[in-house]
Design a protein around this ligand. Structure first.
Ligand SMILES: C[S@@+](CC[C@H](N)C(=O)[O-])C[C@H]1O[C@@H](n2cnc3c(N)ncnc32)[C@H](O)[C@@H]1O
Length: 279
């Protein structure tokens, strides 16, 4: 499907795309109705639909939240530089398109380490000279912030936005996402914003909690990560920063674009998100 399909694991130049195992980025792409995936990824999609046929609403909710947040950052918050960790594969509305529509001067640096995103997506994401892509592991905050592309294009003496959308639920408790975020937040200049979206589990025995747990088990079996967490656990990742109104809420309730014209499905309530500002 991509130009590098069939390349070998020891190819020195092209990233090796393992088409026998599903990947987070490709499975997410299936859910969003994209084209950059393989049969193994589509199999995960079909298995997830068996849990609830409404599950595509969950990924759409995450993506629509990202779009609203980027619009807020570039307009209301006046942010003109964004570090988007875990860009995912290019989709209809990418961070740089949303931000640069508001302010064409906005610089966006994308980060991802999925071989498919690196091989295929970066060309589409790096659309203009204010948009850059870094192949790096977001788990190493210090290395990422010291990456030459990051230091060249993002001015760490001026406010920027750090986006961790749909990434931290792929970091296990053992790998300590709170400590990771503390390292990022420490390095951010004053006036910067942090956006996090994450899978939610109220852990209260409710229908929503049961569904969260089923989806978590399914995702852990499929791709080895994808933990649902309580709102206290997610809020801890902001390391005490003050959350912008309305705080940490179901993503559908975070400054929706307009009135609700249908009831919110249970599965949509698994997408949680918040934005904070560093004083
Ligand atoms: C679920 S997608 C979210 C995409 C986008 N941020 C959004 O919210 O629509 C998560 C992305 O994070 C990337 N990712 C996960 N762990 C990563 C890591 N350790 N380093 C870099 N990227 C990572 C995956 O490859 C994937 O593209």
């Amino acid at each position: 499907m991509s130009a590098v399909e069939g390349n070998s694991a020891d190819d020195p130049i092209l990233p090796f795309i393992d088409t026998t195992k599903p990947s987070v980025a490709r499975v997410y792409d299936v859910f969003l109705g994209g084209k950059d995936h393989y049969e193994v990824d589509r199999e995960v999609y079909r298995r997830t639909l068996e849990i609830t046929p409404e599950v595509p609403l969950l990924t759409r909710t995450f993506r629509q939240w990202l779009i609203r947040v980027v619009r807020f950052l570039a307009s209301g918050a006046g942010i003109d530089q964004i570090l988007d960790c875990g860009s995912g594969l290019p989709t209809a509305e990418n961070t740089h398109q949303v931000a640069q529509r508001v302010n064409p001067e906005t610089t966006v640096v994308y980060v991802d380490n999925d071989p498919m995103v690196i091989a295929h997506g970066r060309a589409l994401l790096e659309e203009n000279d204010r948009t850059h892509f870094v192949d790096a592991n977001l788990r190493d905050a210090e290395a990422l912030l010291a990456h030459p592309t990051v230091t060249r294009y993002l001015d760490m003496n001026r406010p920027l936005a750090l986006m961790q959308c749909g990434t931290l639920h792929h970091i296990s408790d053992e790998d300590n996402p709170v400590d990771l975020m503390a390292r990022y937040i420490d390095a951010l200049p004053s006036g910067s914003y942090v956006a996090i979206s994450h899978f939610y589990d109220p852990a209260d025995g409710s229908e929503l909690s049961e569904l969260s747990q089923k989806l978590e088990t399914n995702l852990l079996n499929a791709v080895g990560s994808g933990w649902c967490r309580t709102s206290a656990q997610i809020e801890a990742m902001f390391c005490g920063l003050e959350l912008v109104e309305p705080g940490l809420v179901p993503a559908v309730d975070w400054w929706p674009d307009g009135p609700r014209i249908r009831p919110v499905a249970t599965v949509e309530q698994i997408a949680y998100g918040a934005v904070a500002r560093k004083p």
